[in-house]
Design a protein around this ligand. Sequence first.
Ligand SMILES: *[C@@H]1O[C@H](CO)[C@@H](O)[C@H](O)[C@H]1NC(C)=O
Length: 354
Amino acid sequence: MEELRCEAGKRVCSSKGMLTSFGLVYVVFFTLAGVTAAFNLATIPFDEGYSPLFGDDNLIRSPDGRAVRLLLNQFTGSGFISSSHYHHGFFSANIKLPSDYTAGICVAFYTSNGDVFRKTHDELDFEFLGNVEGKPWRFQTNLYGNGSTSRGREERYGLWFDPTKDFHRYSVLWTANNIIFYIDEVPIREVVRSDEMGGDFPSKPMSLYATIWDASSWATNGGKSKVNYKYAPFVAEFKDLVLEGCPVNPIQEVPATVACAEEDLALQGEDYASITPERRSAMRKFRQRYMYYSYCYDTLRYAVPPPECVIVPSEKRLFKETGRLKFGGSHRRQSRRRSRPPVTTVSDDQSDMY
Ligand SMILES: *[C@@H]1O[C@H](CO)[C@@H](O)[C@H](O)[C@H]1NC(C)=O
């Protein structure tokens, strides 16, 4: 247990003697995270907003239809997709990750329109990376706009809780002005659109995806720790699903900015669309304690940080020029490769919609 917490906050416990102070930090952060009130969200049944994407036999609906389990076994992973594309939105679910030995596994919760815009796709990612027994899950966030796949914007983090024990809410807000990644009610990353970003800021309607798949080639220890099917099936659970936004045909004639003007306004007025001072303080604390990589501080990769980067001195101090942590730097350099489960075709009923 100590080992697990230590891993999640490696930079503050480079020696055993510091474990106690880390424990204290953990408690303080946890208390702080609980300060902000829960969002008031309307959840929907699975079949009202989503369809199976692949590995249909490994997608198990709960009896009441409001939750699903995605399984990965030696035959296949599985996934689901929102039945519509959305022009801006709030995409959210309560998720519980597989426990025990999960090396090589990737559970992804993300938005994309790669099915429609193959060369100019947009994408917003939560990617959870499994680990060997006794070591915690880590996760990364990322974004692409208009096919900017050569410019990864990865950040990687630990968590202040064990994501295999309980459900926690993971959310992505996407508006015309900003993107916010949330865990529960704590914003962990905000990307404010700047004109200099150009098309790199996602702008075309996207669908929501959730997948579990074998990412042995890169997910854990740089690909050294593979999925071990002795522990299969691996089960990720999704419930309390939320899909807010403006559903549109991604290749419609009327520009979505016009068609969705009202919904955009409504979205920007929601509680979760603004970061209160309290939330901003929680975000700062999270990032100082649990972020162990950000492309914004990797000056070997980006001599000039991309335009949306906000350089926070207290964050910058954590990293060397290589982007590695100054202390406890056992983390490997980030893979720049794009990786996705082998889903290349849209099912027929999806493409018929357009
Ligand atoms: C997206 O990329 C395409 C193809 O390179 C380009 O024609 C278009 O202007 C870009 N859109 C934006 C918003 O940058």
